[in-house]
Structures are given as C-alpha cells and as structure tokens.
Design a protein around this ligand. Structure first.
Ligand code: GLY
Length: 380
C-alpha cells in the first residue's frame, strides 16, 4: 500500500506510537503527527490493565485479538526496551477479584467456570488465601478469583518508552496545531501540518476518541467513535501493600512500583468533558473504601480523567477504509493499552498489503458511518 512516501500516523498515543515503532522496525519511513502532547490523552490517563478475561470481553473475534495481544506483550516490550532503554514495568502475575457476599462469589464462580471451559488459567480463592495474598482487603471479604497471566503495565512509562524507541529508530514524532488530511475521490494523499504538506503513501488514523473528527476525512471514512470518560484517583500507599491489580465491586485498584495506588474508573458519556467531578471521586472512594477500609488514611495524591474511544458495538475499528491509503486504528474503548501490540502488528501488515483477514470483524464497513453517529455508543 505504501510504495511511495512516508507512512503518516495521525495520533501519537500508545496505539499510534506502537504502530510507528512496528513499522519502522520493519524498515518503513514513518512520521507521527498529533495536535497534543505525544503519549498524552487516554494513553496517559489509563490504568494499564492487561486483562481481557477480567474485563469479560465476549465477542469471539475480540477475545482472540485481545488474547493474542496479551501473549505478544513480553516480546513487544522487550523490543521496545531494547530500542529505548526504558523499562515499562510489565507485570503478568495475575489479576485478583474479591467478592463480599454470596451473590458476588457466585458470579465469580460462574465466571471461573466459563474461563476454565475456554482453557484460561484461573483459580477460586478461599477467603483465607485471598486475605493471605491481599491482606489490605476488608475483613468481610468472602472469597475471590485469581486469573493467571493477566496483569498490568505502567502506561505512562510505556508511552515514554515508545517515544524513545521511535526516536532511537528514526521515526519523527511531531506536534502540529494543524492536522488536516488531503484526499481525492480515490485515495488519501497526505497531511497538512503547521510546517507544510506531508505526502503519504499511507495514513493511519489513530486519534482515539477524536478519530471521527479529524479534519479532511471524508464522511464515509470517519469512524463513529465517541468519548467515554473515565475518572481516576491515586493514593499514596506503602509499596507492596497491594500486590496485584484487584477488582472489587464498583472499582479496580492497580499498584504502581512508585507507591501510587490507582483507583479507577468511572464510565461516563459526558462528551469531551475531562473535568474531575465530586461525584466521580465519590464513586471511586465509596467503592474502594467499602472493600478496603484500611485505605482510608492514605493521602489522595492525584486525580485525572481520560476519554476512551467507544464504538457502537464495542469493537475497535482496525484496518482499511473505503479510501485507498487510509487506515483506521481506533475504537479500542477500555482495552487500548492491552491491544497495542496486536494492533501494531496487524496494522503494519495492512500497510504492507499483507492478508488482513484477522481484521475482518473490525472493519468500518460492518457498521457504516454517518448514520451510526447518532446511535448510542456501547459502554456496558
Ligand atoms: N481498562 C479499564 C478502563 O478503561 O477503565
């Protein structure tokens, strides 16, 4: 597809940077252009959970894609670390779910049965062994579930690592207040920036929640993504107190190696509003303190919000559009950090013109565009 000109990636989040890194390692000439801070927005705001089974992803094609990406993570991160010298703190030693009454435990048991039938390694935890491994949980916890092989990555470090890796391998990552695509009736031609026009052999729209609003994109190629806000807070907790990412009713808690304990996240259709609200912080603290009163005296050190790119059917938009030379890599909703390696690999394959059968379920054609803009965006 990209026989002449650079591959231009519009959007310098983790998805755009991962694609850039993959392509440049394959020998392509790559530029990444963003209006905002590279590795900012949702990439910075995320919790970095790598947990498709915890998230209860159900669509078969998406389950396969997420599982492949999870499997690719260690190799992908090793390549990024070799290029960048930055350790993104990948941990895949399991995710814990805690139940506080019989109904919640019953739900975890059913989930464990479903996962076992799909050959996902998991175990139901008795109250005593759950408290032995996560002693900060409240005394009224009744049991839990541990899903092996899932985990988390420090998404902010990952952003820095990808930026450094792209720079080390020679990809240009630029900020521009002007980002406007130039297309004719048949194909995408390039991108206007504040420094002039950049001709492109291929353009990848990786603008996350903003992907449907990129200037110059014809309506029939604009993906119907909508922002789904997630608010988060961080507490200063003793390092090692919370050992594994843990889901409790109404919230998840993710420990960072620097002592921050992340608590997330709200799920709100609030347009492009990124304010931290009293109700959002209350929702998170209410859930976390109900599960673990021991956290109540820790200081709140940070609060922030990000916008997930939601889609009408919960599936991402990946691969070709009706316009030659224009590809999509957006709509990852709650799992953008998780899907970065598989997205990078498969979009690089598509740019190189290889078989993209694996992306069939994620085409723009499955939904249509303009008429879908008015529909409710899935965020269940
Ligand atoms: N992946 C968790 C979230 O989006 O809140």
């Amino acid at each position: 597809m990209s026989r002449t000109g650079d591959v231009v990636i519009v959007g310098a989040g983790v998805i755009g940077l991962a694609i850039a890194f993959e392509l440049i390692e394959r020998g392509a000439s790559v530029r990444v252009i963003d209006r905002g801070e590279p590795a900012g927005a949702a990439s910075w705001a995320a919790a970095g959970m790598l947990a498709p089974y915890t998230e209860r992803v159900r669509h078969a094609a998406l389950v396969r894609f997420c599982a492949a990406s999870l499997q690719e993570y260690p190799g992908f991160i090793a390549r990024v670390a070799a290029a960048s010298g930055v350790d993104a703190h990948l941990r895949l030693d399991g995710v814990v779910h805690a139940a506080f009454d019989g109904a919640e435990l019953e739900s975890l048991l059913r989930h464990a049965q479903t996962l076992a039938a799909e050959r996902v390694d998991c175990e139901i935890l008795e109250r005593s062994s759950l408290l032995a491994s996560e002693p900060w949980l409240g005394a009224f916890v009744v049991g839990g579930l541990r899903i092996a092989g899932e985990g988390c990555i420090d998404n902010r470090r990952l952003g820095r690592a990808l930026l450094a890796a792209c720079a080390a391998r020679g990809a240009r990552v630029e900020r521009s207040s002007i980002v406007r695509l130039e297309c004719d009736r048949r194909r995408a031609l390039g991108v206007h920036t504040e420094r002039g026009f950049v001709a492109a052999g291929a353009i990848v729209n990786a603008c996350g929640a903003w992907a449907g609003r990129v200037d110059g994109v014809p309506a029939h190629c604009a993906p119907p993504v909508a922002p789904i806000k997630g608010q988060m807070i961080a507490l200063a907790a003793p390092i090692g107190l919370v050992r594994r990412p843990t889901w409790v009713p109404g919230a998840y808690l993710v420990p960072r190696d620097d002592g921050r304990l992340l608590i997330g996240a709200t799920v709100e259709s609030a347009g492009f509003d990124e304010r931290i609200t009293a109700a959002g912080v209350h929702e998170l603290l209410h859930a976390a303190l109900a599960a673990a009163p021991a956290l109540r005296d820790f200081a709140i050190t940070e609060s922030w919000a990000g916008l997930r790119p939601g889609t009408p059917d919960g599936l991402p938009f990946l691969g070709r559009t009706p316009l030659e030379g224009l590809l999509l890599a957006t709509g990852h909703y709650r799992n953008g950090i998780l899907m970065a390696p598989a997205t990078a690999r498969s979009i690089a394959d598509a740019v190189e013109g290889r078989d993209t059968g694996a992306l069939e379920a994620f085409t723009l054609a499955r939904i249509g565009t303009e008429e879908a803009f008015g529909r409710r965006i899935t965020h269940a």
